[in-house]
Ligand binder design. Structure first.
Ligand SMILES: [Mg+2]
Length: 252
């Protein structure tokens, strides 16, 4: 018996030595099917805007992103961002002139498309314009609850909330308005959608132009919240910008 155990230990030691010589980490990768440390780095780089113009989640990270989105960490990250926004909000006051404004993006900021992306491997599949159009026209995207909570605080505190979205006005105006209202986003100042003149323009250019107009109208943009850097960069971005996590897609 002793000889058999000694033999087994020798085989195991030999296997680990060979794996180590090859520079592999067999236990971690084979047990989970992906390398979580690589995927965590990729996600952090995406959130920091260091990885740009990516079309799909890397194949080896699809399961990791799924786990991130539905396993609790995404919700925790959302709560952390909203806690920081609320802390900032506690230090500012809306003036009586009614010109203190906040900008919120719509898709995956106010309304969640995670259910749609579940069928698209959480961003592992390339963007499917027609399928997304059908989804958005249904107007059934649920609210992101942490952001709805923030939204209600902003309205309650007397700020003017402008929802600026890259969705095409002609196609999505009715479904988006209906969806927002059904999910509790009522009482905003304006829903600003992509008009015909901005078709094909990048989100940063379109959103910058709309924010500039608001500033020209006299509004002071106290905060700007979006899940894409293209919501937050450019002109008249606001006193503070807040990035909502989204590792499923990139909007230029
Ligand atoms: Mg968005």
């Amino acid at each position: 018996m002793v000889a058999i155990w000694e033999l087994l230990l020798l085989v195991l030691a030999n296997h680990l030595l060979r794996a180590s010589e090859a520079g592999a980490r067999p236990c971690l990768r084979s047990a989970m099917g992906f390398d979580p440390s690589y995927c965590l780095s990729w996600r952090v780089a995406v959130e920091a805007n260091n990885v740009r113009a990516w079309r799909t989640v890397p194949a080896q990270c699809v399961r990791y992103i799924e786990e991130y989105m539905v396993g609790g960490q995404y919700c925790r990250d959302l709560d952390t961002v909203v806690d920081q926004i609320l802390a900032y909000l506690n230090g500012i006051t809306a003036a009586a002139d009614g010109l203190d404004a906040w900008i919120l993006d719509v898709d995956d900021t106010c309304l969640s498309n995670t259910l749609y992306y579940k069928d698209k491997h959480f961003g592992g599949d390339p963007f499917d314009r027609m399928a997304f159009k059908s989804w958005a026209l249904r107007g059934t995207s649920p609210a992101i609850l942490a952001v709805l909570h923030l939204y209600r605080k902003l309205i309650e505190r007397g700020f003017k909330v402008f929802l600026i979205t890259g969705r095409d006005e002609e196609v999505f105006c009715s479904s988006t308005t209906q969806n927002l209202h059904a999910q509790g986003f009522t009482g905003y100042e304006r829903l600003i959608m992509r008009s015909a003149e901005f078709r094909g323009a990048g989100a940063t250019a379109f959103k910058s132009e709309r924010r500039k107009q608001l500033v020209a109208e006299g509004f002071r943009i106290r905060g700007n919240v979006g899940d894409q850097w293209s919501d937050l960069l450019g002109d008249c971005a606001g006193d503070r910008i807040f990035k909502i996590p989204n590792p499923m897609y990139f909007v230029p």
